[in-house]
Ligand binder design. Structure first.
Ligand code: NAD
Ligand code: UDP
Length: 337
């Protein structure tokens, strides 16, 4: 199966390409390299034994997309491309709506023109806003508190309307919880530019000596130890979830919505301890004020994906932290180039 992978040079996309190759699929990557490097391709080739075809370009370029879909006999699309930093989205809302919302509309328009009717979209648990309770099931109400989250919600709504009007399409919305970890080879991982916004990249940069200490945002939440609790999922499990979605519902018309999470919640301090154990390095931290817009706790009920997709997150917290450390210590400055 030839699959166009938008954003396939990024963190989740690159790992998914490897799992797709292993499952016998052919990923064709389209990425504008805004937040990734060319050398990711070398690493995919090294690990998977195949160098995917790479088209450098932007999802907002409809002519490029239409020809990429037609020329490569694409049967389905996994759509990762977009901007993802919450704080930046508050400063630059137009860029977020343009890349994430407009970009998706252009992609779907090109798919329509090329006759490609299967789409898997990267959504996020952020669409649940501040959930009334945990664990979260797919029928919980949705809301947004910042432009990034709103862009994900808008795309979900646009795709829902579009699928209603085009009932022969298969559209899958995958709501990721907190992706962490790296390929176990240590060749691929998360390579944030500048100061990391997310917990695990920050922790690993402290452990490797690139940053002095971690600021723990809030220690007075109504949680087990006062710090925020999240559902961290290994990026390899998340990648397998995309393969399962394509295999199980990619050929079934309809709108399919799945939480991709483990169903377990860990606190910030539990993550720090686990990382110290895996790396053998101290991770100094300071308890500071809550970060604006953060919620106390969030974890998934993953039953629907388990039942329908036959997929379950299996990697342990130890694997998440050990694999992160292997990537970070082998590549302290991220990808070369
Ligand atoms: P990433 O930034 O590592 O990867 C995104 C890729 O898309 C990058 O390689 C970037 O160069 C490319 N890109 C961005 N805008 C583009 C455009 N207009 N045209 C072509 N390429 C473009 O991010 P990631 O962590 O791999 O996330 C992938 C997707 O998953 C994103 O849509 C993100 O919003 C979503 N998601 C991520 C997380 C997370 O914590 N990482 C959580 C939930 C959802
Ligand atoms: N967090 C933290 N310090 C950091 C980054 C994150 O204490 O430098 C906390 C954050 O408050 C939250 C958890 O770690 O409780 C996960 O945050 P992240 O930004 O990784 O994910 P999200 O907020 O999207 O769930």
């Amino acid at each position: 199966m030839n699959v166009l992978v938008t954003g396939g040079m990024g963190y989740i996309g690159s790992h998914t390409c490897i799992q797709m190759i292993q499952a016998g699929m052919t990923p064709i990557i389209l990425d504008n390299l805004y937040n990734s490097k060319n050398t990711v391709l070398d690493r995919i080739e090294k690990v998977a034994g195949v160098r995917p075809k790479f088209i450098e370009g932007d999802i907002r370029d409809k002519d490029l997309l239409t020809s990429a879909l037609k020329d490569n006999a694409i049967e389905s699309v996994i759509h990762f491309a977009g901007l993802k930093a919450v704080g930046e989205s508050v400063e630059k809302p137009l860029e977020y709506y343009d890349n994430n919302v407009n970009g998706t509309l252009v992609l779907v328009d090109a798919m329509r023109e090329a006759g490609v009717k299967t789409l898997v979209f990267s959504s996020s648990a952020t669409v649940y806003g501040d959930p009334a309770s945990v664990p979260i099931t797919e029928d919980f109400p949705t809301s947004a508190t910042n432009p990034y989250g709103r862009s994900k919600l808008m795309v979900e709504e646009c795709l829902t309307d579009f699928q209603k009007a085009n009932s022969d399409w298969s559209i899958t919305l995958l709501r990721y919880f907190n992706p962490v970890g790296s390929h176990p080879s240590g060749e691929l991982g998360e390579d944030p530019q500048g100061i990391p916004n997310n917990l695990m990249p920050f922790v690993s940069q402290v452990a490797v000596g690139r940053r002095e200490f971690l600021s723990v945002f809030g220690s007075d939440y109504p949680t087990k130890d006062g710090t925020g609790v999240r559902d961290y999922i290994h990026v390899m499990d998340l990648s397998d979830g995309h393969v399962a979605a394509l295999e199980k519902v990619g050929n079934k018309s309809g709108l399919h919505i799945y939480n991709l999470g483990t169903g377990n919640g860990y606190s910030v301090l539990e993550m720090v301890k686990a990382f110290e154990a895996a790396s053998g390095k101290p991770v100094p931290y300071k308890l500071v004020e809550r970060r604006a817009g953060d919620i106390a706790e969030c974890w998934a009920d993953p039953s629907k994906a388990i039942n329908d997709l036959g997929w379950k997150a299996e990697r342990t917290l130890n694997e998440m932290t050990e694999d992160t450390w292997r990537w970070q210590s082998n590549n302290p400055d991220g990808y070369p180039g």
